[in-house]
Design a protein around this ligand. Structure first.
Ligand code: TYM
Length: 331
């Protein structure tokens, strides 16, 4: 039986953080055993916030090294950089003809970014979901491992696929679905009491943070007064700490802390130590492999070149079919 196709990516905006790991990368590693996986570094997408051009290349390099350090194996999956596959741009252009201003303007991530960078509401930001759909649809991917924050973009990719198929009377594009190995897609919270962990939120633990940095960041995480009455409602900052604890600690340990919270005997200092130790256990082996990989320019270039070659051959076929369906032919 043919393996189902998986596609996912992470923007090239700096080091990966725990949100990227639990929302995406952890699933990337697990899925490569069972699926036909293609993973990339979304450097075009990172340009929507117009980062410093002198940093982009290094961000791509560090993410590639982080992918490999987390256990992605170029012999078992395809690893590539989005801009090494320029076919994506043509696919995106063609798909844009069936994406509507109204739906793009309503996207939560777009509205959020437009609020954060009011002087830079560029067309790339508006059509971000179309480029993401092009990434996915050109592979005819069945599944996309993403965190909760990306579910709307994925729903839009499904809409674009269904709309295109309906318009041209074909079943060429495959509507993609989210994938999370442990059930529900996760939202990793930040350490600042509310919202998700994210680069632009400035509340991240990075995969290459050293032990002391992790301990310091977790120690400073927002809490509230310890509970004084059993069964009082749990505030958002404390709920967030429990989400982190459940991600990095054994279930029995997390249950123990919850029981201590319920009977008001919890000490937040201990809870934070437990979380920091759990995080360090997850990230420290990756950090060590990362240092070696990051320094190995020849190997990184080889992985990047070979990944792009394999992917270009595949997406070229999709693009040719897309062009044909839309009426682009030789005389
Ligand atoms: P990016 O770089 O914002 O996020 C990359 C991945 O990390 C997940 N993620 C989180 N998951 C849970 N909790 C968090 N706090 C958290 N922060 C980040 C995101 O869900 C995402 O899976 N648009 C994509 C990049 C992209 C893409 C694609 C992904 C471009 N084309 C095609 C899949 C398929 C993004 O937001 O990246």
């Amino acid at each position: 039986m043919e393996k189902k196709i998986v596609l996912s990516g992470i923007r090239a905006t700096g080091h990966l953080h725990l949100g990227n790991y639990y929302g995406a990368l952890r699933n990337f590693v697990e899925m490569q055993q069972e699926y036909d996986c293609r993973y990339f570094i979304a450097d075009y997408h990172s340009l929507t916030t117009q980062p410093d051009a002198s940093l982009l290349n290094d961000n791509v390099r560090s993410i590639l090294a982080e992918y490999l350090a987390a256990g992605l194996d170029p012999n078992r999956c395809m690893l590539y950089v989005q801009s090494d596959v320029p076919e994506t741009c043509e696919f995106y252009t063609l798909l844009n003809m069936h994406a509507y201003l109204g739906e793009l303007e309503k996207t939560v991530a777009f509205k959020d970014k437009a609020r954060k960078q009011p002087n830079n509401v560029n067309a790339g930001l508006l059509t971000y979901p179309v480029l993401m759909a092009a990434d996915i649809l050109q592979h005819k991917a069945h599944y996309v491992p993403v965190g909760k924050d990306q579910l709307q973009h994925l729903e839009m990719a499904r809409n674009f696929a269904n709309r295109f198929n309906h318009f041209y009377g074909c079943d060429f594009l495959v509507p993609p679905y989210p994938y999370e190995a442990k059930g529900e897609p996760v939202k990793v919270p930040g350490l600042d009491g509310s919202g998700k962990m994210g680069k632009s939120e400035g509340n991240c633990i990075f995969l290459n943070d050293d032990d002391r940095t992790v301990e310091r960041k977790v120690r400073k995480a927002v809490t509230d007064m310890t509970p004084t009455e059993p069964d009082s409602p749990m505030s958002e900052p404390i709920q967030n700490l429990f989400v982190l604890l459940r991600l990095v600690a054994e279930k029995s340990v997390a249950d123990q802390y919850l029981a201590a919270w319920n009977d008001c005997s919890i000490r937040y200092g201990d809870l934070k130590k437990e979380i920091a130790q759990g995080i360090i256990k997850v990230i420290s082996p990756m950090r060590e492999r990362y240092e070696q990989l990051y320094a190995d320019t020849d190997y990184l270039n080889k992985v990047r070149r070979e990944g792009a070659e394999r992917v270009r051959a595949i997406v070229r076929e999709s693009l040719d079919e897309m062009r044909r369906l839309m009426g682009i032919r030789m005389f």
